[in-house]
Design a protein around this ligand. Structure first.
Ligand code: FES
Length: 109
């Protein structure tokens, strides 16, 4: 098996699930496959990433996801953002700045 280029985790914690993260996960996984990125990009579920707990208003930043190896954390993602994340970030390496929560790793994208 060839190593994946990117690994994306879509939060499936309860606050993100309330705001549609299961649909986002399914849509993203399906579009990665249909868009020919299946062997390059792995899309997985994650438990709570704790982004939802960062403000007084629970779930304000939900749904959240993270993409490695860049260590890019996104917040407030919606179904409408899936295409932009796939085409911009996954395919072209261009981070979707308007959804960026923070990044852990060095700037490579
Ligand atoms: S439930 Fe998704 S960040 Fe907490």
């Amino acid at each position: 098996m060839k190593p994946y280029r990117l690994h994306a985790f879509v939060c499936q914690g309860k606050r993100c699930l309330k705001k549609g993260s299961e649909e986002i996960f399914e849509d993203m996984k399906g579009k990665v496959k249909s868009g020919g990125l299946k062997g390059e990009v792995k899309v997985s579920r994650s438990g709570c990433l704790s982004v939802c707990k960062e403000t007084d208003e629970e779930g304000q930043y939900s749904p959240a996801m993270v993409v490695y190896p860049e260590g890019v954390w996104y917040r407030n993602i919606t179904l409408k953002d899936v295409d932009e994340i796939i085409e911009g970030h996954f395919r072209k390496g261009k981070i979707v700045e308007r959804l960026l929560h923070f990044r852990l790793g060095p700037k490579t994208a």
